[in-house]
Design a protein around this ligand. Structure first.
Ligand code: KIV
Length: 299
């Protein structure tokens, strides 16, 4: 699905607008953000969904993957991003351990993201037993996005970070899982690392939007991770990552220039310094000249 004419409306994005975008083939643009300035920039750029994903774990907290991030960490990051999001729909992720054990846990933790971080919706990974979690979260009145295909929280079970649904049997399972999540009340589903034709078929079969990441051009929307799309992550990138900017390179250039000027004594210059009048300075000098006693009332 693509529509080059599509421009963001100035209105606050809500669930009805996201549903309409799918119906009217207007691509949904979603991006992750894990702090206030990033969310503010995404919002100002007209992105439709700002999302604090558990990919914060490896992108901002320095963990090797998404599995260690806690609910407390997610709440803290999402709160900051929420404060920068005004027009876009704002969502946050339920991390590993926050929803797998029981429906009660899932609802309790989803409520935390809504009440403490201001999330308008949450996301969970998986299907099968997670369909019951989906029903419970939606039943509690919290809009939910599903996530199928490569689900990083359970990547070990999937045999690593690999494309999913590449056999007819696996693709059929993905298709069935997507229908089950839709029936459970999800308002959208992320499809990650899924063959383009399978994602297209699922998108066609669903009423709700699919949001692709490595799922080809025929999803109802696309999502990328902030640090990938802006070129802050500079090493290995998954096949689906396109770097739309080189922020990492530019950041390094800026830091090297700062260090060089401090070392050369050219920063700060006169224009970066505060000044005192000659009269006030002369008085200060006379009061602090060597040998002048420091008055008791200065201390
Ligand atoms: O955590 C994340 O960044 C995600 C996106 C890939 C949707 O789940």
């Amino acid at each position: 699905m693509s529509n080059a004419e599509s421009v963001p409306s100035p209105e606050k994005v809500g669930l009805a607008e996201l549903a309409a975008m799918k119906r009217e083939s207007r691509p949904i643009v979603m991006v992750t953000a894990y702090d206030h300035p990033s969310a503010r920039l995404a919002d100002a750029a007209g992105v439709d969904i700002v999302f604090t994903g558990d990919s914060a774990a490896n992108n901002v907290l320095g963990y090797a993957d998404t599995t260690p991030i806690s609910m407390d960490e997610m709440v803290m990051l999402a709160r900051a991003a929420r404060r920068g999001t005004h027009r876009a729909f704002f969502m946050a992720d339920l991390p590993l351990g926050a929803f797998q054990v029981s429906d009660e846990d899932a609802v309790r933790n989803a409520l935390r993201l809504v009440k403490e971080a201001g999330a308008e919706a949450v996301k969970i990974e998986g299907a099968g037993p997670m369909v019951s979690r989906a029903r419970a979260i939606v039943g509690a009145g919290i809009p939910l996005m599903g996530h199928l295909g490569l689900t990083p929280q359970t990547a070990t079970m999937l045999g690593g970070y690999k494309a999913q649904g590449r056999t007819a049997a696996k693709a059929r399972q993905l298709y069935a899982d997507a229908l089950a999540l839709q029936a459970a009340g999800c308002f959208a589903i992320v499809l990650e690392a899924v063959p383009d034709r399978i994602a297209a078929r699922i998108t066609e079969a669903l009423r709700i939007p699919t949001i692709g990441i490595g799922a080809g051009p025929h999803c109802a929307g696309q999502v990328l991770v902030w640090h990938d799309l802006l070129g802050i992550n500079e090493g290995f990138a998954a096949k689906f990552v396109k770097r739309f900017a080189s922020v990492g390179e530019e950041t390094r250039r800026g830091l090297e220039a700062f260090a060089a000027e401090v070392r050369a004594g050219t920063y700060p210059g006169d224009e970066h310094s505060y000044h005192i009048t000659d009269a006030e300075y002369a008085l200060f000098e006379s009061e602090t000249a060597p040998g002048v006693l420091v008055a008791d009332d200065w201390l």
